[in-house]
Design a protein around this ligand. Structure first.
Ligand SMILES: Nc1ncnc2c1ncn2[C@@H]1O[C@H](COP(=O)(O)OP(=O)(O)OP(=O)(O)O)[C@@H](O)[C@H]1O
Ligand SMILES: C[C@@](O)(CCO)CC(=O)[O-]
Ligand SMILES: [Mg+2]
Length: 338
């Protein structure tokens, strides 16, 4: 039995635009998905994923590509629920050159689903790592990140960046631009997360931005402007002391860029009333800046505030289900048991 866990993430800057080759800076946070993989003697895969909204969802299906589980649930629902785990199993089989390997897989997660904190990437990264290790194969982290990206790419219909999966694999803050992925040094940023209790569909939201970008030159310019914000933010980060508590001035400058980034994401149609009201509650409480994180449509915002004021204000904000401080996860995917 092999157990691996991988962190979720928040985007300091650059989600969505990163899908079109602009840079982005996500940072891993200490909320993890844990995947257990136990090889089976047959080619079946049994998945137990208790956090899925389908109550007590457990499925078993046979190996080989394209086989759907034989359960009495509408296909789109099964695909939404199973897509990422299924893709992780396929990548693990390919990586270990074991096309008929069967597994009992259990997924447990502290990361809300579809809420912008990278639950899909964390499940895929921990899933591929656990399943390959269970077959006696140890992938280096670059290959693991690459395979996890391919899994997300497939499920999101060919519209995914490497950002979420690279960040979840490596931990810390990272910079991703196209195929170029590097860990970066960052100060100890005081992230506060507000969660509206809802979710957005990443594939759909990414497709919506893609359509706007095709239709309007100014939407394409908006995507490029997000890239400019990221480049400006990167310069600020590179001038700061890694791992140290950041100066107020740096937080103010980063916060201003986050506010701008939120405005542009909102223009691209991926915000929501609940996200906007949490962003404003954070700003009113004195946060240095606030923006939605991840695909949007519903889910989470991230704010910068070293004091308790933002977390407290969010916890009293209508539409905010949960507010918490998110610590940077300096370690990416790790083995818990093997
Ligand atoms: N605990 C879990 N168990 C099984 N599958 C999970 C779990 N958490 C996430 N997933 C898979 O990930 C999907 C959600 O991924 P999606 O990309 O839509 O959102 P996200 O990764 O949480 O947010 P974002 O991509 O915006 O950061 C779920 O529908 C499910 O397929
Ligand atoms: C919206 C997006 O940029 C981030 C989702 O967390 C999609 C992606 O990068 O694959
Ligand atoms: Mg995702």
């Amino acid at each position: 039995m092999t157990v691996c866990e991988a962190p979720g993430k928040v985007y300091l800057f650059g989600e969505h635009a990163v899908v079109y080759g602009e840079p982005a800076v996500p940072a891993a946070i200490e909320r993890r998905a844990t995947v257990t993989a136990e090889p089976r003697s047959d080619d079946h895969v049994r998945v137990e994923a208790e956090d899925l909204s389908l109550d007590g969802f457990t499925v078993e299906y046979s190996g080989g590509t394209g086989n759907r589980p034989d359960v009495d649930v509408p296909t789109p629902l099964v695909e939404a629920a199973m897509g990422y785990v299924d893709a992780a199993v396929r990548e693990a089989r390919a990586a270990a050159d074991a096309p008929d390997a069967g597994f009992d897989i259990t997924v447990e997660s502290e990361i809300p689903l579809g809420a912008g904190l990278g639950s899909s990437a964390a499940v895929v990264v921990a899933g591929i790592d656990a399943a390959t290790r269970a077959l006696g194969v140890q992938l280096d982290r670059r290959e693991l990140a690459d395979r996890a990206y391919r899994a997300e790419f497939e499920v999101q219909d060919g519209q995914a960046s490497r950002a979420d999966t690279f960040c979840s694999t490596m931990g810390g803050a990272v910079r991703v631009e196209g195929d170029d992925c590097e860990p970066i040094e960052a100060p100890n940023l005081p992230f506060v997360v507000g969660f509206d209790g809802g979710a957005g569909d990443t594939g759909e939201l990414v497709a919506g931005v893609g359509e706007l970008r095709e239709e309007y030159g100014f939407a394409a310019d908006t995507v490029e402007s997000i890239g400019d914000i990221v480049r400006t933010g990167e310069e600020l980060l590179s001038d700061s002391a890694p791992g140290a508590d950041p100066q107020r001035e740096l937080l103010a400058e980063l916060g201003e860029l986050m506010d701008f980034n939120h405005g542009l994401l909102s223009a691209l149609g991926v915000s929501a009333r609940s996200l906007d009201s949490m962003v404003w509650a954070a700003r009113d409480a004195g946060a240095h800046g606030a923006k939605l994180t991840g695909a949007g449509g519903g889910g989470c915002i991230v704010a910068l505030d070293a004091s308790d004021a933002t977390e407290t204000a969010l916890s009293f904000t209508q539409g905010c289900d949960e507010a918490f401080r998110a610590e940077l996860a300096t370690e990416g995917v790790r083995v818990v048991e093997s």
